[in-house]
Design a protein around this ligand. Sequence first.
Ligand code: SF4
Ligand code: SF4
Length: 317
Amino acid sequence: MNDFEKKIASLGYKGLQTQEIETLQVNLGLRCNQQCCHCHLEASPNRTEMMKWPTMELVLRSAKSISCKLIDLTGGAPELHPYFRRFVTALRQEGHSVQVRTNLTVLLEPGMEDLPEFFREQQVSLVASLPCYLEENVCAQRGPGTFEKSIESIKKLNALGYGCDSILPLNLVYNPRGALLPPLQSALEEDYRRELGQRFGIRFTHLLTITNMPIGRFRKELERQNQEKNYLDLLRKSFNPKTLDGLMCRYQINVGWDGTLYDCDFNLALGLPVNHGAPDHIQSFRPRDLKIRRVFTGEHCFACAAGFGSSCGGALL
Ligand code: SF4
Ligand code: SF4
């Protein structure tokens, strides 16, 4: 039994059980135009892993078999997938709500110029990474020039109604620069709104704070800075039992680029598929066996349960 399981067992949990599949998260591949130092998937322009169309068809079929609230598309940069628009259009035709996790800068890549209009036409919700309202902090995490490009993309999205119109949500994502937990989400949202509004006239819907996972490139960065132990200790020390009811893996399933099923994108990064007897590939997607299943946990789960809690939808408390 890992330490996370021991911790929750001491509170009376017999493992972490799912409740429902409200979100079907689909990772379209690991190719990205960026190479951020906190990326749990170690995505980069050189990665070639990508979902094949027959797998996308299986996702479409599986999505139809469950009445989930949201299809959440992620990557890498999902927009770089050659069938991205075809897939989004097919999902929308089936009546699904679709959300895309965008890094913003990809919208300025060649051939992507009309993507914001495509998003609006399809009424896709957007979740966009912007780890700070200060240029220096964004560029330190995401590379030179990324802040300026991100601002340019947000302005373009605002001009189309994103972040302004309630049917076109544009949520921004913050994650700490170093071995720290995020601050109170609502307070930071006020800071973002004030700073981005005053400096750039930018609008957005909500700010989502996410805790850095001690895996992938962020873990290597911690090791380089000799901060790994401190960070892991901080996560454990900050364990908050009130977060357990809302942990995102209890309400979602993640489909990897090769069709493997995971409890979350972090387990995908670690190569830990759905387990404990539930089917672990989209080819054998059986809602009855997947809706209620036992989650595959590990030491990294302390990051989701620390402080105010963390998920792809932001803080849990
Ligand atoms: S964190 Fe996002 S934008 Fe950065 S390299 Fe990873 S997938 Fe790309
Ligand atoms: S990392 Fe978080 S979302 Fe993933 S299995 Fe652990 S607690 Fe659940």
